[in-house]
Design a protein around this ligand. Structure first.
Ligand SMILES: Nc1ncnc2c1ncn2[C@@H]1O[C@H](COP(=O)(O)OP(=O)(O)O)[C@@H](O)[C@H]1O
Ligand SMILES: [Mg+2]
Length: 245
């Protein structure tokens, strides 16, 4: 099923810089998220992770540098444009429609991209089944514990059949068992949906368990990039984490 224009192009940040009133939140960052890969984005609180994701999804216009989808410069285009062109995201806080049933929260995403209601419903149910939430489909989203809410958020992002999905701390505050479930879900995304993943996460077991490579930010700057093994042993990374307690 394809409700968006699937693309095999990479999603790229080139020298992206974003400032807020004198604070450089993201400082000349380069990264290229490839189709079908799982990239981890880590760094202490305030490192600029969410701001970078905002730039890569149309929520934030870079002050300098550019965002590209393939060869096309797309910085400054709207979040809606990004969604329509296969770039989906989740938010740190759920942002679900609380009065609306869980299944409809996912359906509306699919409908907004042109799927008819019946197909959107079938697709939502498939996604909920995969997420382990089928029995909660009819409940108002507002009654879900927030660990379930996070999973619905992932379903909603994937309902748009994206080429890329950017997940902002999907496992925050979860138990070990719930983290295992998130790890399983995230690791299945590339093969099941043909989708590349950027994963922001503080839980190192989750990051190390699912990411092929990792980008580390500290105070807006890239301080390390590499395989989980390389990054874990990088003195600059150890120092950044110790420095922030
Ligand atoms: N809208 C904003 N206005 C002002 N400062 C912001 C805004 N968004 C983020 N910041 C600041 O930018 C820095 C990076 O924030 P953020 O990207 O949320 O970090 P992270 O997601 O890595 O914790 C922080 O110092 C934060 O306070
Ligand atoms: Mg953040």
């Amino acid at each position: 099923m394809s409700s968006t224009e699937q693309t095999a192009d990479a999603l790229e940040a080139r020298e992206v810089t974003i400032s807020f009133e004198g604070l450089t939140a993201v400082d000349s960052v380069n990264e290229k998220l490839q189709p079908g890969e799982i990239l981890g984005l880590i760094g202490p609180n305030g490192a600029g992770k969410t701001t970078l994701v905002n730039a890569l999804t149309g929520f934030q216009m870079p002050a300098a540098g550019e965002v590209r989808l393939g060869e096309k410069i797309v910085s400054g285009l709207t979040p809606h444009w990004f969604r329509r062109h296969g770039v989906a995201r989740t938010f740190q806080a759920g942002r679900l429609f609380r009065e609306m049933p869980v299944s409809e929260n996912i359906e509306v995403a699919a409908v907004s991209l042109g799927l008819n209601r019946k197909k959107a419903n079938a697709h939502a149910m498939e996604l909920l089944e995969w997420l382990g939430l089928a029995d909660r489909a009819k409940l108002p989203a507002g009654v879900l514990p927030y660990t379930d809410e996070r999973r619905v958020g992932i379903g909603r992002a994937l309902a748009m059949n994206p080429s890329f999905v950017l997940l902002d701390e999907p496992a925050a505050g979860m138990s070990d068992l719930e983290c295992d479930e998130i790890m399983k879900i995230v690791s299945e995304i590339p093969s099941k949906f043909g989708c590349g993943v950027l994963l922001i996460e503080h839980n190192m077991r989750v990051i190390m368990g699912v990411c092929e490579r990792i980008h580390v930010l500290d105070s807006g700057k890239t301080i390390s990039r590499g395989t989980p093994q390389e990054v874990q042993n990088d003195p600059a990374v150890i120092k950044a984490y110790l420095g922030h307690g």
